[in-house]
Design a protein around this ligand. Sequence first.
Ligand SMILES: C[S@@+](CC[C@H](N)C(=O)[O-])C[C@H]1O[C@@H](n2cnc3c(N)ncnc32)[C@H](O)[C@@H]1O
Length: 391
Amino acid sequence: MTPAARLQAAIEILDHVLTGEPAEKALTSWGRRSRFAGSKDRAAVRDHVFTALRCLRSHAALGGARSGRGLILGALREAGQDPDEVFTGQGHAPAPLSGAERSLPKAPEGPEALDIPEWLWPEFSSSLGSNAEAAAHAMRKRAPVHLRVNRAKVSLRQAQESLAAEGIVTTPHPAAETALEITEGARKLRNAKAYLEGLVELQDAASQAVVAQLPLNDGMKVLDYCAGGGGKSLAMAARAKIRLFAHDADPRRMKDLPGRAARAGARVSLLEGAELERSGPYDLVLCDVPCSGSGSWRRAPEGKWRLTRENLQELHRIQAEILRKAARLATEGGTLAYATCSMLDGENTVQVQGFIQEYPEWTLAAEQSWQVQDGTDGFYVAVLTRAKGGC
Ligand SMILES: C[S@@+](CC[C@H](N)C(=O)[O-])C[C@H]1O[C@@H](n2cnc3c(N)ncnc32)[C@H](O)[C@@H]1O
């Protein structure tokens, strides 16, 4: 495919995404229809689509329309490329620009230029303070690829050597002792021996740092209350010889966890429904709650535009309810850890303060947050301990 044909493919895919189709699904359908596309074409088209989604507001403004063509036109204008060189109508290139498309729109400003939804900007900027603009800028770029080294199996250096032998160059990431950042060869990871043998897992460095904050010791009984695919379950299992249990309101999300655990040399018991109530109490309960995902919008940029004020309020309600339910499963003197991949105070500090006010037997032992402009996903964790004798 020519560069212009790749952009035309991105235009068509974006038009589907803008009608509500998930980006991954739209890319897969295009891939099936486009057997002629090689792996480099697919990677390039994917990059165009995800760049457009990360920068949806500003590129739509620069391109004069919230459409596939508008977004690609806006991207070219931002990159300082002459759109007439791409919109030629020749071969499989996009059709030539219309008169209306040719007129240069006003440059975007404020939250529009920063690609943050207008309604969210007040909360985003008050949560991030003087870092708000830097964080918004960082979210317009592609996320780095981080690995967690399974220290139960291998040292950081050994993992790096094994990856390097297959052309994957890494460097240690300062956010967590287990973290590596891939600087070259990320696309080779899925077939690399170190990955297939469970020496490394894909996991953002801040997600690893969250687990590093947890007071885990050998012999502890631990529950991952919102386990999902089990990224944090596996990170906890690698840190200490714990008795690990995993639960999720949607058990299908844990379907890959037993296989991943086996690969990592870990053991985890999955709990569903009434099993959960019978299984406690636990020394530590981790609630990695559902959230806006604002800390990982570089990876999943559609979330930034699909989130509404109403969804966010509903998430606040769910988060508070999970905290209440999970707290009941902790032992006296036990620990409750609350984590989000969000940078919004309403989902983080405000949620934890509200819980402590309602349940004063819990006290805040530690709290930390990570922000995207520092080179990781945005994350938050609060570690709470329960006074002995509390209910
Ligand atoms: C942020 S994700 C978890 C990610 C996972 N811990 C990891 O590190 O890979 C949140 C999970 O919470 C689950 N969830 C949503 N509502 C829940 C509830 N009321 N109780 C338990 N889990 C819930 C979702 O199904 C989702 O899998």
